[in-house]
Design a protein around this ligand. Structure first.
Ligand code: HEM
Length: 533
């Protein structure tokens, strides 16, 4: 009897504690002031059971209709602030940039120390700033660097067009053709040379991308962050992550060997990063003299450098490998998906395809490929690419941010070490701002004279497909330029038709599946070669 009373009393005490905690949690927990929480938080799991992680961006956008543009959710132990409109996103990322520039610690990124060595997963540190600066400098997306980009894209644009031509207008799935070309441009920029499409190494990088897509993109893999011990039971996401890392390492070893043996000095991101290991050592060395071996010297090894590397930066060959992985992953899937969606849009909106063709044919013709210098003279193309990024919003929640100090958003306090989701999907489909947001309409970005509206125009300011502020996408300029070069080349040379209009997947991004980015369902099209006039 005593035992029963004791157990009953304990159960009641636990329930009372939970209810009080849940109440406090709702309004003031950890100093959140008046930011509302999504109701019905269950013990331990929080809101996890109410949120389908494979369409998290849509569920959160629906919550914003009930709770307003700034609210909190809880996934297991993690308290997450969600920002859904322009005002709050602008306040956090632009006005208080450094406060919101961290990345949350996650099991998946701590694993293999990716949070310490990569750009994407590293929180806001001096090392991150150093890596961002070094990569941006070596990609040189301005001045003569842009001509180099055209040069680097050309072989793969030609290859892509040959592969489309080879279909002879018969139905073909465009995904692999586009993906291979985009991926090879990334390999060329990072490693300084293309990789043969038929080689084992190219297949390795494609398989790695696809496995990472599953483990870092898809919402369901987040379970590993919340329940890391699942790995003991050979959780399938965990196994895929391990397999992806194995493929990456095999690829890396093989390509690094080639880079070391290469006679010419390669002008590429990886070489520059290895050179910067030397710079980091120089910064630290007493006499300031440049070290004789950089991480990639032909005679030297790629082992972790010794104690003379600035310890607080800790830039090592592992860092270079991780940054390479980031750039390949972030730089391939995003652009390949955008271009595939571009084709799907052309099939659904033939009037857009006709207008693009007319503009390109009139301004550039078909005798040579467009160059980046043509961008200004092709406003409809530019407006179409902007609308594409708004419409598909294929990185719907950006990459999770993390507060680096106690701060606030729109005057409401937010404690340090809070995970923050930036809901770009909600921003770009906000029905109170965008007229009919689910319609693809490039003219949103044109003025009454058919000119592109300036960057200060409200529609352009509210378009943030690459995020904003301190963690804005590192490849924004590259992505925009590459999209332009690839999309115009496709329109110049082909007219695209649906294989069977009744079987075409929907263009509406609400039907896309979540991976690293949102993907439409696979489809086939006919690429009909245009006749030269
Ligand atoms: C259509 C193409 C692309 C889109 C829509 C896109 C979008 C984004 C977004 C939304 C973020 C997260 C920003 C944030 O955390 O707030 C991001 C981060 C990033 N992107 Fe892109 N991206 C694209 C192409 C590229 C390319 C081509 C590269 C290759 C250089 C790249 C490299 C990165 C990197 C390294 C980051 C992490 C930056 C950091 O954490 O500091 N992206 N991108």
């Amino acid at each position: 009897m005593v035992l029963v009373v004791y157990l009953l009393f304990t159960a009641l005490a636990l329930l009372a504690t939970y209810l009080v905690k849940a109440y406090l949690d709702r309004w003031t927990f950890r100093g959140f002031g008046s930011i509302p929480t999504v109701a019905v938080r269950l013990p331990y799991v929080g809101n996890a059971l109410h949120i389908d992680m494979t369409k998290c961006h849509r569920v959160l956008s629906d919550f914003a209709r009930t709770y307003g543009p700034v609210f909190r959710i809880r996934l297991y132990k993690e308290e997450i602030l969600v920002l859904n409109d322009y005002k709050s996103i602008h306040d956090a990322l632009i006005m208080k940039g450094a406060d919101f520039a961290g990345r949350p610690p996650m099991y998946r990124t701590k694993h293999a120390e990716r949070n310490i060595h990569s750009i994407v997963w590293q929180t806001y540190t001096d090392k991150l700033l150093f890596l961002r600066k070094t990569v941006l400098r070596s990609m040189r997306m301005y001045g003569s660097g842009l001509e180099k980009l055209e040069e680097k894209c050309r072989p793969d644009i030609h290859e892509m067009m040959e592969r489309f031509s080879a279909t002879g207008g018969e139905p073909a799935d465009p995904w692999d053709i586009i993906y291979d070309a985009v991926c090879n441009v990334m390999l060329c920029l990072t490693l300084g040379s293309r990789v043969d499409y038929d080689s084992i190494n190219f297949q390795r990088i494609k398989d790695m991308n696809s496995l990472f897509n599953d483990t870092f993109g898809s919402g369901r893999a987040r379970r590993l962050d919340h329940i890391p011990f699942l790995r003991i039971f050979r959780d399938d996401c965990y196994c895929r992550m391990q397999e992806a890392l194995k493929l990456r390492d095999a690829f890396w070893e093989a390509e690094l060997e080639k880079l070391k043996k290469s006679e010419e000095d390669r002008d590429c991101v990886v070489q520059h990063l290895f050179d910067s290991l030397g710079d980091v050592r120089t910064m630290k060395s007493q006499n300031g003299s440049r070290p004789t071996t950089s991480g990639i010297s032909k005679t030297g090894t790629t082992e972790a450098p010794g104690r003379d590397v600035q310890p607080e930066l800790n830039v090592t060959p592992t860092t270079v490998k991780e940054v390479f992985t980031n750039l390949i992953l972030a730089g391939t899937d995003t652009t390949a998906t955008a271009l595939t969606c571009f084709l799907l849009v052309l099939l659904h909106y033939p009037d857009v395809q006709d207008r693009l063709w007319q503009e390109i044919n009139t301004v550039v013709g078909v005798n040579h490929l467009t160059s980046l210098a043509d961008r200004e003279a092709l406003p409809y193309v530019e407006a179409t690419l902007l609308e594409l990024l708004r419409f598909i919003s294929h990185v719907p929640l950006a990459v999770p941010h993390y507060t680096t100090c106690d701060t606030s958003v729109l005057g409401k306090s937010v404690p340090a070490n809070t995970t923050v989701y930036i809901n770009l999907w909600a921003l770009h489909h906000d029905e109170t701002f965008w007229n009919d947001p689910w319609r693809f309409d490039p003219t949103r970005f044109l003025d009454g004279h058919g000119k592109l509206v300036p960057p200060s125009h409200e529609n352009r300011r509210r378009l943030l497909p690459f995020g904003a502020g301190r963690r804005v996408c590192l490849g924004e300029t590259l992505a925009k330029n590459r999209l332009f070069l690839f999309a115009t080349a496709l329109i110049q040379h082909f007219h695209f038709q649906a294989e069977n209009p009744d079987q075409l997947p929907e263009v509406d991004p609400r039907t896309y599946e979540m991976g690293l980015v949102l993907h439409p369902k696979r489809f086939k099209l006919r690429a009909i070669r245009r006749q030269k006039s």
